[in-house]
Design a protein around this ligand. Sequence first.
Ligand SMILES: *Cc1c(COP(=O)(O)O)cnc(C)c1O
Length: 223
Amino acid sequence: MSIMRDNYEKILASLGKNITLVAVSKTKPVSDIQALYNLGHRDFGENYVQELIEKQPQLPSDIRWHFIGHLQSNKVKYIAPIVHLIHGVDSLKLLVEIDKQASKNLRIISCLLQVHIASEETKFGLSDNELNDLIIQINHEKSTGLLQSITVGGLMGMASFTEDMNKVRAEFHQLKLMFDKAKINLLDKGFSHLSMGMSADYQIAIEEGSNMVRIGSLIFGAR
Ligand SMILES: *Cc1c(COP(=O)(O)O)cnc(C)c1O
């Protein structure tokens, strides 16, 4: 196995400096991650808790690990010491647990709220109304001195799995509008990341305002 260096360099060159590339390394061996690290890359994304905590000690400690999968409350404790950014938060319950584990580790953990923009029903995430409600709750908790060990760093979403790129574009556009609104409504400072776009649709995501793309197969090959 090896990484696709030409693709990686092309993606990097096309991104511009205000867009973060999260290299999604799920199911790929540590040797592939190390190879990309050796080219200077530091942001890596993993989907599974077990896989992340197995890989992390085998790799350099200055890697910024992004957790991009669906996170269960009972597993937060395993990643809290090492995670840089948690992308898929979609409930107050999960935020409360992340806050608790961050506090135990004397850390502040940045989280992205996951919004459901795709038409498939199996994907996780908040509706527009649920996002608004959650922001009100977070503002309330923070104003009463709770949730001091998390920050809400932005939003994350996944477009429908379709070849209809107009549909994908419309979904990203909608997420950008929600992002702009949330940025105004959330009292938390530092709300800045809009994590959207994967191998098949990252260019459209960027055109629609993404500043963080999560790319796996284009860099590491098909899974
Ligand atoms: C796997 C995954 C990616 C990367 O997908 P590719 O199509 O391989 O680029 C991005 N985001 C999430 C949430 C994923 O699960």
